[in-house]
Ligand binder design. Structure first.
Ligand code: SF4
Length: 398
């Protein structure tokens, strides 16, 4: 049995599964976010196209649509400005993974159920809570949930992932009574990072988490009076530029330091926050700019002025003609031809073709030493001297 619904018809709940990492950590955020406009980034739009491609391919694999129909749907999606040559290859990797799971489930039972883009209602524990599961497979008492993440900025892990657990709860809420589900496996596939992460819980453990953890937090988050708690989860909060708790958190890092010179310990503490403080500063500046330019608001102490602009030729052909006519040589007035960047060429020809055509033309120098948190998975350089030697070599080479 197979069912499907459309990705682009997804709606968002106030306490959504995709926002759970945020509202479970900062119960003040759902109310606070209500006054701000929805923002759909280019990354989100790209993710939507990738999901839509995957729906078409999986529907074709499952025999829900024929090849001709699939091809015409694919062609339509490929016209999107957010489509690129690599996307289809990555989506096919995901589809292969899904079909492996579908076939494994069908080997257990011919009656395995496959659901695509399924709305999952977990409002039993979270007021008005629902989300959309990319793929659900139910084989006897086993439930498999697979989520495509097309982003490549941050690796996402299934263990302790509240979004995946809420999908699991939503699926249990809807199908446990019919299939008597005992185990739930949750998998995140991030094809652009070649990353797959899986976790498996018993239905009992998920219900227990729902009652003991989710229900009380969701009640606090849904009603007025939640608690503001800044952290990594702020990065997708709609109110992040103007949130006082976040501003206080960034500023107090420096405020608490004493003495004329920062100690190495203080530098270490500050380094841990440099990234988020930097982002916060930029978000505040972007917010102020939008207020002034889009909404005509006056920011005290600031004014809008005409930005600097550069002179440019109206017609390059005419300029060349005039200069060559004045006996200037072509090499004096025209830049040598230059390749676009390696990354842009890879995006242009596609990852596979890039490898086969140009794999032998690439070299990669060892990277400069980088100072990263202890938690980083890379091996530590052997010694400070080795790091210094690497740095010196690099300095001399340049
Ligand atoms: S910016 Fe952070 S602390 Fe402020 S409401 Fe949003 S999630 Fe909470």
């Amino acid at each position: 049995m197979t069912q499907t619904s459309s990705h682009n018809e997804r709606a968002h709940a106030k306490l959504s599964a995709s926002g759970a990492e945020r509202w479970m950590a900062c119960t003040g955020s759902p109310q606070f976010e209500e006054g701000f406009e929805d923002e759909e980034t280019d990354f989100a739009k790209e993710g939507t196209i990738a999901h839509e491609l995957s729906e078409i391919l999986i529907s074709r694999e499952l025999g829900l649509i024929d090849k001709r129909k699939a091809n015409s749907l694919l062609k339509a999606k490929q016209k999107s400005e957010y489509y690129n040559a690599d996307m289809l290859g990555y989506v096919e990797q995901y589809v292969d993974f899904v079909m492996e799971r579908v076939n494994a489930a069908r080997a257990i039972t011919h009656d395995a159920v496959v659901l695509i883009e399924q709305r999952l209602d977990f409002s039993e524990w979270v007021p008005d809570g629902f989300g959309t599961g990319d793929i659900l497979i139910i084989a006897e008492s086993f439930l498999d949930i697979i989520d495509l993440k097309f982003g490549k900025g941050v690796k996402k892990y299934a263990p302790e992932n509240p979004q995946m657990k809420l999908y699991g709860l939503g699926a249990l809420n809807m199908y446990d009574a019919i299939y008597d589900i005992k185990n739930v496996r949750m998998t995140i596939v991030q094809p652009r990072l070649d990353h797959i992460s899986t976790d498996e819980l018993t239905a009992f453990d998920l219900y227990d988490w729902a009652e003991s953890t989710v229900r009380p937090i969701a009640e606090e988050a849904y009603n007025d009076g939640g608690t503001f708690k800044p952290g990594d989860h702020c990065k997708f909060c709609k109110g992040r530029a103007v949130c006082r708790a976040r501003a206080d958190d960034c500023l107090e890092t420096v405020d608490t330091y004493q003495g004329a010179e920062l100690s190495l310990e203080e530098i270490g503490l500050l380094l841990a926050k440099v990234d988020s403080i930097g982002k916060w500063c930029k978000e505040v500046a972007d917010h102020a700019y939008k207020q002034a330019t889009l909404h005509g608001k006056k920011i005290p102490g600031y004014k809008l002025v005409a930005g600097r602009s550069n002179r440019k030729f109206t017609n390059i052909g005419t300029v060349k003609e005039i200069l060559l006519g004045e006996a200037y040589k072509s090499e004096q007035i025209v830049k040598p031809e230059e390749l676009i960047s390696l990354t842009d060429i890879e995006a242009l020809v596609g990852k596979k073709k890039f490898e086969s055509l140009l794999g032998g033309c690439i070299t990669k120098a060892p990277g400069k030493p980088a100072l990263v948190p202890e938690s980083d998975k890379r091996d530590e350089l052997n010694s400070a001297k080795a790091a210094k030697d690497d740095f010196d070599d690099d300095f001399i080479d340049n």
